[in-house]
Design a protein around this ligand. Structure first.
Ligand SMILES: *[C@@H]1O[C@H](CO)[C@@H](O)[C@H](O)[C@H]1NC(C)=O
Ligand SMILES: *[C@@H]1O[C@H](CO)[C@@H](O)[C@H](O)[C@H]1NC(C)=O
Length: 276
């Protein structure tokens, strides 16, 4: 019995190893559109896929982002200005992509652009704080996806949504978790509705990585800014030493080693079993 189970386990890992050997062919014919390439994941992914030989269309919010990316990448990579909040800007970027890809269509879109502040207790926020973040993190994702969906269908491509672990647990207040839950819902219905067209929909749920989204300095500054705007009554309710204690940030700090430990074990296991 024991040997039987061991055999099955061994088979599973050999199978996985074999499956992971597969590589994408004809990368030079495949267009990948990535949003939020000024920094963080978007920037890293654009450079990585460019090195692998894909045709990357990197959307940046700033001119500086575009210039710096061009400097470190091949001439295959195209940059485009994109403000995901503006329908006009989204459509302009899509028109540009349309002329680039032609009949090939778009092999992938990676919805990576997002913001993390303002974050804090819900009763510190105004409805405009909610609206402005939902506009970027949720409506932005939906808008970009819908505008390139015809091109994705043409290539029987894929949509990759960058959500967050906070699309599954609401670990702090404010609009961030709300927006990421929304991305998860969009991702799931889109996945079902697109499967008939051979379009895949995938969702990444990053935990703690060193990007501006988890920049503690930035988060702390955000708590301070929000605090300074609060009416005296709310400050009294929370206690005047609240920003110094910044409870929510220390919660994040406490969770960080846990996530890092998990990632560490996963890497170790992979190394042992997959030889990678
Ligand atoms: C679209 O997705 C929903 C699930 O979110 C599913 O119930 C519905 O049947 C789908 N419709 C089509 C036409 O695929
Ligand atoms: C989002 O899509 C991924 C990939 O299709 C799926 O595994 C995940 O469960 C989806 N998220 C939710 C909340 O349904």
């Amino acid at each position: 019995m024991f040997l039987y189970i061991l055999g099955l386990v061994a088979f599973w890992f050999v199978f996985r190893w074999y499956r992971e050997l597969a590589r994408v062919p004809n990368k030079g014919q495949k267009y990948v559109y990535i949003t939020g390439c000024d920094s963080g994941f978007g920037n890293l992914l654009a450079r990585h896929l460019d090195k692998l030989g894909f045709r990357v269309i990197a959307a940046c919010y700033t001119e500086k982002g575009e210039d710096e990316l061009k400097k470190v990448s091949s001439e295959r990579l195209n940059t485009v200005h994109l403000d995901v909040v503006s329908t006009d800007s989204v459509n302009k970027a899509t028109a540009f992509i349309n002329t680039l890809v032609g009949e090939k269509g778009l092999w992938a879109v990676v919805n990576n652009a997002g913001v993390s502040v303002p974050s804090g207790p819900c009763d510190w926020m105004t409805v405009d704080d909610y609206k402005s973040m939902l506009d970027v993190n949720l409506i932005g994702v939906i808008g970009v996806t819908l505008s390139v969906l015809p091109l994705i269908k043409k290539a029987r491509g894929r949509v990759v949504n960058v959500a967050s672990v906070f699309g599954r647990i609401s670990a702090f207040g404010g609009p961030y978790c709300v927006s990421k839950y929304g991305v998860e819902a969009f991702n799931d219905s889109l996945r079902m509705n697109m499967s008939a067209f051979g379009v895949k929909v995938l969702c990444l749920e990053p935990g703690f990585f060193k990007t501006s989204v988890t920049d503690l300095h930035l988060l702390r500054k955000n708590v301070k800014t929000l605090w300074d705007k609060l009416p005296e009554e709310i400050k009294a309710q929370y206690g005047h030493d609240y920003p110094e204690r910044d409870v929510e940030i220390s919660l994040l700090m406490e969770a960080k080693p846990f996530f890092q430990q998990m990632l560490h074990w996963r890497r170790m296991l992979r190394r042992c079993w997959m030889g990678t």
